[in-house]
Design a protein around this ligand. Sequence first.
Ligand code: ZN
Length: 306
Amino acid sequence: MIKKIVKTTAITGLMMMGLSMTGLASNTLAQDRFANVKIKTTQVVPGIYMLEGAGGNIGLSTGDDGAFIIDDQFAPLSDKIMKAINEVSKNDLSFLLNTHWHGDHAGGNENFANKGATIVAHDNVRKRLKEGRSGENAIDPAPKGALPVITFSDTISFHWNGHDISIFHPDPAHTDGDSIVKFDDVNVIHMGDVYFKGSYPFIDLSSGGDLDGFIKATAQALAITDANTKIIPGHGALAGQSDLQETYFMLLEVRTIIANEIAAGTTEEEILAKAPLKKISEKWGKGFIKDDFMTRTAYRSLTAKK
Ligand SMILES: [Zn+2]
């Protein structure tokens, strides 16, 4: 499926998006890009924080056992992020969980491992980081120090800082290595990029992502929420159950619209020309994923299964 897609010219935009979101941040330009980024720390509940800078939202648990972070943004931001962690954590950094392999979430891995973090992730995160990606928008294999040292296939639990932390891997959704994290005792969830608050999501088909899997994972996350759950999305502001429900219904609507076009025999380019998502783009198309990109992703994901 991926090979077939790569041959089409329309893939360029898709791949560029994937490239920018996987964030190859190692040159001077990248340094400049991050020079003015400030890390904003928001307390979600006592002892749990959301850190925003550039890239995916970071979750942080502090306490007697040591700091536990979820995702780490881009490598050039690691020192700033560590400073922000130390402002609220009295203890050393212990664990880093990668919700998936993209560079805007896992780019700082080696730096944080050097600061003492044990990196944990789904099996496919390690595999993709280790192998990198060849082809037009190649990504170099990550150095050994950036790789997760503990991996899991379905679920893993932590009992840390007084919390019971349950982590599960949904079927392929944003990528094929996603994790969703719940602090059971305090009703806080970090969804990684299985949740973009208030906008269309990025579904990385080239990393094994899947629209139906994304919808299913959203439903699974909803099933472990209630009206008081605080949800840290991969991108966007802190959210609640009703926000996630809205996104779920949007995803179903997008799926229905594109699936109906496919059933009617409409080609990808014909669907694009009809702009069928225009009626919902005012609300959902203002993020970095626009109507056309969402349309192509949905079309390709749904047709890849046939
Ligand atoms: Zn991502």
